[in-house]
Design a protein around this ligand. Structure first.
Ligand code: ADP
Length: 341
């Protein structure tokens, strides 16, 4: 991976911007050189994966091809309407949907599949941690991403950094950070060249659970808007299988039945169901035992008890769905109006 030294650790690149301290802090807090998530770790979401491949993965793998495509007149003619709207090529991708549906996971899979350096930024944390300095932070983040190019910048909860509050009620500093972000996103398609003359590539991926709160100017720049919905029946089965990969499963576990009974659950809710069910075996083992007895139990005795259907029955009474019907309806409505197909 670009940015890695031979021993696999991120190599320190010479940061030439004006904020070395801030850059060092970002390197420490938001840089993940190897997120280690593959497409197969993400259950379902076939359409989202296809759109992400098209919008992010392929242009990174074949930049020359996409550049040539863009240079062709027929392509520009066919896509003139979209280009007029954007004023330029696509700048970034927005993933939206209810919480816990796999947006962060997908961003990590994109970075792993592309072999790019991954900057994982949570807007809410940044806004509170660097209050008043967020504007500098945004600039520094993009400088750093160019230094580590090819890179993917993932901005989670982008609505909290870039919401659509009316200009009058808006705080001056949040207006500044918003315009800095727009400037930087505008600049990513022109991030300069590497020493070998190839283009420096920086991809912007953003995620939100509240797409309707995003500022219109930013929304237009996030050209691809990909809906990440709740998992379907088939995806829930896949998700359960992924979650049970590392645990012993009893013969009586009926994955179809668990999937049927978890309609409306998010991927995160389902992960909690599986985790809770897996813990039940352990809880059974230690029930009624003293602390010392638990401590002296042989390790394999705890792990021997496979997770059974009764463990799922119990977990299902404890873990409820976390996403409301009205939230789903709001997302679907926004998807109809602004989403990419
Ligand atoms: P979001 O960013 O949409 O809020 P995350 O990607 O952080 O959600 O997902 C939270 C957790 O839920 C993940 O760490 C994973 O365990 C589980 N999860 C959610 N969706 C999926 C999915 N499609 N495939 C596999 N695991 C998932």
């Amino acid at each position: 991976m670009n940015g890695d030294s031979e021993d696999g650790k991120p190599k320190k690149l010479q940061y030439e911007g004006p904020d070395p301290d801030l850059a060092a802090m970002l390197e420490r807090d938001v840089l993940e050189t190897t997120p280690g998530v593959r497409w197969d770790d993400v259950a379902g979401l076939t359409e989202a994966k296809r759109l992400l491949e098209e919008a992010v993965v392929l242009p990174l793998w074949m930049p020359e091809y996409f550049q040539k495509l863009y240079n062709k007149k027929w392509w520009r003619v066919q896509n003139w309407k979209r280009m007029m709207e954007l004023g330029d090529r696509g700048k970034g991708v927005l993933m939206f949907g209810p919480p816990g549906t796999g947006k962060t996971l997908l961003a990590k899979a994109v970075a792993t599949e592309c072999g790019t350096t991954f900057f994982n930024v949570s807007s809410a944390t940044l806004a509170s941690k660097w209050r008043g300095e967020s504007e500098r932070m945004v600039r520094c983040l993009f400088d750093l991403a160019r230094a580590y190019a090819p890179s993917t910048i993932f901005i989670d909860e982008i609505d909290s950094l870039c919401n659509a509050r009316g200009a009058s009620g808006e705080h001056e500093s949040s207006r500044r950070v918003k315009s800095e972000l727009l400037v930087q996103v505008d600049g990513v398609s022109n991030s300069g060249t590497n020493e070998d003359g190839s283009r420096k590539i920086v991809m912007v991926l953003a995620a939100t659970n509240f797409p309707w709160d995003i500022d219109e100017a930013l929304r237009r720049r996030l050209e691809k808007r990909i809906y990440i919905p709740l998992p379907s029946f088939e995806s829930r089965k896949e998700l359960i299988r992924i979650n049970l990969k590392t645990v012993e499963v009893a013969q009586d576990v009926d994955i179809d039945e668990v999937a049927r009974r978890t309609e409306g659950y998010s991927g995160d809710d389902l992960t909690n169901v599986c985790r809770d069910a897996s813990l039940n075996g352990m809880r059974r083992k230690i029930a009624g035992k003293t602390r010392d007895e638990i401590k002296s139990m042989p390790k394999d005795e705890i792990s021997k008890d496979p997770v059974a259907m009764c463990d799922f029955e119990e977990a299902l009474t404890k873990v409820q769905r976390s996403v409301s019907q009205s939230d789903i309806e709001k997302h679907e409505k926004w998807f109809q109006e602004f989403g990419s197909a």
